[in-house]
Design a protein around this ligand. Structure first.
Ligand code: FES
Ligand SMILES: [Fe+2]
Length: 370
């Protein structure tokens, strides 16, 4: 799909600069549909997308559906226990193999009933016996790369993308003894936000706005010790927890906020993980999928603690949605084109925007006519 990519991008806009001297990316990158196409072609079709978790595909035959960059995807656990991903697209005339999550012995197309084994092999083909030079072997499901990390399932549309480990390497070691893969899934909540997906990610990546947008949240942290670290493909904001609150433990505990390029966040508090997946829906809209995982989902008081966490997170999220939607309007204003970064607070935003610039540089370089 190359509907209409941006015309040539000025080299100056693509050049990397250290945070002290960098400008923010141009406002058109958030407001012009051609850059939404660039994000699709140059970022979302080439990066690992954290679309689910292992408990959704625990039993042989269990599967879930997702969409990545507009592509319908099915992730299924085989009878051999191997996790596989395919395009959810039948090789006959493009029908869907499933319409909702479930558990099956084989995948049967909902259009004319072609049946595929869980490894993607085409098996049953009703009324195809008079079709000449047709070999079922040539019509297996089209596979996709899938990897699991700490109980989270990632799929990548690009066959030549680097392994997932290059995107998440070092995180598990850093947060030990916390083990994300040992937590239990509890809840999913989706939000529709009227802003470009990069506005939402930018906002996640700095604590600069916390005292102004989230005065209640500000009480959770020891601001003097809130720090940002950047790595190749992710950044980390972390802070000791302060005071007596829903999340603090006897030893106080620590908050870790990871953003894995381009659009997947891990919000880690003692005994709890919240993931955020930010999906573009057009140039000025995104959907954010929250998943909640806990160390205790059934013990005494667990249900109440989870409800309290969900309510608290939702309040913070509503504050972020409010400001992100106003920022989208501001970016679209003729008054604004680009700004500067706080070196103290916005190194994570700068790091993310530099990765966007790098993806655009590579995308432009690959264009046949560029
Ligand atoms: S499209 Fe799948 S069987 Fe026809
Ligand atoms: Fe926020």
């Amino acid at each position: 799909m190359t509907a209409s990519l941006p015309p040539a991008i000025p080299a100056a806009d693509l050049a990397a600069h250290p945070v002290e001297r960098a400008e923010t990316i141009p406002s058109a990158w958030y407001t012009d549909a051609r850059f939404a196409q660039a994000d699709h072609d140059w970022i979302f079709t080439r990066t690992w997308q954290g679309i689910g978790h292992a408990a959704q595909v625990e039993r042989p035959g269990s599967y879930f559906l997702a969409a990545i960059a507009g592509e319908p995807v099915i992730v299924v656990r085989g009878k051999d226990a191997v996790l596989r991903a395919f395009y959810n697209v039948c090789r006959h005339r493009g029908g869907p193999l499933a319409l909702e999550d479930g558990c099956v012995n084989a995948l049967q197309c909902r259009y004319h009933g072609w049946t595929y084994l869980l490894d993607g092999t085409l098996r049953g083909v009703p009324a195809m016996d008079r079709t000449e030079l047709f070999d079922r072997k040539d019509f297996g499901l089209v596979p996709l790369r899938v990897e699991t990390w700490e109980g989270l399932v990632f799929v990548n549309l690009a066959a030549d993308a680097p392994p997932l480990a290059e995107s998440v390497g070092g995180i598990a070691e850093r947060i030990a003894p916390i083990r994300l893969g040992a937590l239990t899934f509890a809840r999913r909540v989706d939000y529709e936000v009227r802003c470009n997906w990069k506005v939402y990610v930018d906002n996640f990546l700095e604590g600069y706005h916390v005292p102004y947008v989230h005065p209640e949240l500000a009480k959770l942290y020891d601001y003097t010790r809130y720090t940002t670290e950047v790595y190749d493909r992710y950044s980390l904001q972390h802070s000791p927890l302060t005071g007596d609150n829903l999340y603090s433990r006897d030893d106080g505990g620590e908050a870790f906020y990871y953003c894995i390029f381009p659009n997947f966040m891990l919000n880690i508090l003692p005994g709890r993980l919240q993931t955020n997946l930010v999906l573009p829906v057009g140039h000025d809209r995104c959907r954010v999928i929250f998943q909640y995982f806990y160390d205790d989902v059934s013990g005494p008081g667990a249900a109440a603690r989870i409800e309290e966490d969900l309510a608290y997170s939702d309040a913070v999220q509503q504050e972020d949605i409010g400001i992100c939607e106003r920022v989208q309007q501001g970016l679209a204003s003729q008054a604004y084109d680009r700004g500067r970064f706080s070196v103290k607070y916005e190194t994570g935003v700068h790091h993310f925007q530099e990765l966007v610039r790098a993806a655009y540089r590579e995308g432009m370089a690959r264009r046949p006519s560029a």
